[in-house]
Structure formats: structure tokens, C-alpha cells
Design a protein around this ligand. Structure first.
Ligand code: DC
Length: 242
């Protein structure tokens, strides 16, 4: 069974006492994680990286060599897996059946598999349930693909963060290189475009901008400019810190 237990005692209402949800969606490499972490830290909210949950499941699928067309085995895997997100020393720990897989979830292979498993109905149904439970724990900043459209359509603030594929590929390439990996910029761009296509063309909860989301293009803005713009939007919308 999936379980997301950490943080259940970790209820962080905003200063006015009610829980707020900030939804940040967008394609890979747009800067969602940097933005979400920064905003969560600034406001003292729980940071919810929903992509990390799909990535953790992808690690298990790869380890067990499961064929995604094998509904029976995949269903069994979804039922028999515990995924847990918790904060450790100020960092997000991603627990797969109790093992911290945080260091293994960012490889290109896991990225592609996460994108594939995330298109499956059974996986999405379970993630939806878990992510909504996490939304009960306190005020959250949640990032993903379907946060403002499907998981928390009632979110007080919705941001759709985008950037050109070339710029997103360049950032991902630099990240991977800094982590000591052998990478090729053209290959990174091709992988990003492949993932964009799969994530936005799937039948269930495809990546798309919610009608009431603010579109922010980070192609030519630095992370701090984007964060300040979004914090301003949050303050105006929620009257938090006012
Ligand atoms: O945000 P990320 O790159 O870590 O996400 C990995 C994959 O998980 C991504 O290709 C699509 C999928 N995903 C999703 O379908 N829905 C989410 N809310 C978050 C991620």
C-alpha cells in the first residue's frame, strides 16, 4: 500500500489560521522546484514535490523490470509500495518503501520512466488520493503537472511556469553536468521534448494551464525575479502577511 505518513503531525496553517494551497504547474525544467522550495521556505508552508512521487515509483518499476503493459504486475506494485515524503535537515527526503531514493530519482532514465508511469490510470488515481491527503496537513506549495487543474482545483493561487524548450534543456543539461553526468545538450533537448509531448498529450490529467492560473515565463528571468513576482501574487491574493 502507498503511504505518505510523514508530516501528518506537521500542520502549518498560515498566520491567519486557515490552510492555503499554492499550485505550481508547468513542464520539466521550467524552474518549478526552485520556485516552489523558495516560496515554501519564505511562507513556512509544506513543500510538496509530486514529481518526486512518480519518480520514486519509477525507480521501483525499473528495479523490478516491470512491463508497463502488464496491468496485473503493475497493479500489484502500486498496491505494495510505500512512498513517503518528509523533511530532513531542511531537505525533502523521498522514501520508497522506507529507503531514501532521493539521490537516484533524477537520472534521465528515471525521468522517462516517471513520465511513462504517470500516464497510467491506476497510478494517477492513487497519487491523487495521496496528494489530497497531504493537502490536509497544512498550508502547502505543491508543484507538478495537474495540481491546479485536478489535484487542487480550489487552490488559492495557481502559477503556470513555462520557458522555451531550448532554455529548459540548457538548464537541465547544466544540472546534470554539475552532478558529474556525461550529457549531450541535443540529447537533453530531445528528451525534454519527448517528455513534454507525453505529459501533455496523455488522456488523464495532462499538463495544461488552468484557466485561472497566472502564466509566468521564466525564459529570460532569473529565479529570484520569478520568486518575487510569485510571492507578490500570493500576498495580493491571500492577504497573507498583510
Ligand atoms: O516534475 P518532474 O519532472 O519531477 O516529474 C516527473 C514526471 O512525473 C513528469 O514527466 C510527469 C510526471 N508528473 C505528473 O504526471 N504529474 C505531476 N503532478 C507531477 C509529475
Amino acid at each position: 500500500m502507498f503511504a505518505l505518513t510523514a508530516g501528518s503531525e506537521d500542520s502549518r496553517p498560515n498566520p491567519k489560521g486557515n490552510r492555503l494551497i499554492i499550485a505550481i504547474d508547468g513542464p520539466s525544467g521550467a524552474g518549478k522546484s526552485t520556485l516552489a522550495k523558495r516560496v515554501a521556505k519564505e511562507l513556512g508552508f509544506i513543500y510538496l514535490d509530486t514529481g518526486a512521487m512518480y519518480r520514486a515509483l519509477a525507480v521501483k518499476v525499473l528495479r523490478q523490470g516491470i512491463d508497463l503493459a502488464d496491468d496485473g504486475r503493475l497493479g500489484g506494485l502500486v498496491d505494495d509500495t510505500e512512498i513517503d515524503l518528509c523533511e530532513r535537515d531542511g531537505e525533502l527526503a523521498v522514501l520508497l518503501d522506507g529507503e531514501d531514493v532521493g539521490a537516484q530519482i533524477r537520472t534521465p532514465e528515471v525521468s522517462q520512466m516517471a513520465s511513462k508511469v504517470s500516464a497510467l490510470k491506476k497510478v494517477r488515481a492513487r497519487m491523487l488520493q495521496l496528494q489530497r491527503q497531504m493537502g490536509q496537513r497544512g498550508s502547502v506549495v505543491a508543484e507538478g503537472r495537474d495540481i491546479g487543474t485536478v489535484i487542487f482545483p480550489q487552490a488559492e493561487v495557481k502559477i503556470y511556469l513555462d520557458a522555451s524548450p531550448e532554455e529548459r534543456a540548457r538548464r537541465r543539461y547544466q544540472e546534470l553536468k554539475a552532478a558529474g553526468r556525461q550529457v549531450d545538450l541535443q540529447e537533453t533537448l530531445r528528451e525534454i521534448e519527448e517528455r513534454d509531448k507525453r505529459d501533455s498529450e496523455r488522456d488523464i490529467a495532462p499538463l495544461c494551464q488552468a484557466a485561472d492560473a497566472l502564466l509566468v515565463d521564466s525564459s529570460s528571468a532569473d529565479a529570484e525575479q520569478v520568486a518575487l513576482l510569485v510571492l507578490d501574487r500570493i500576498k495580493n491574493r491571500t492577504k497573507i502577511n498583510q
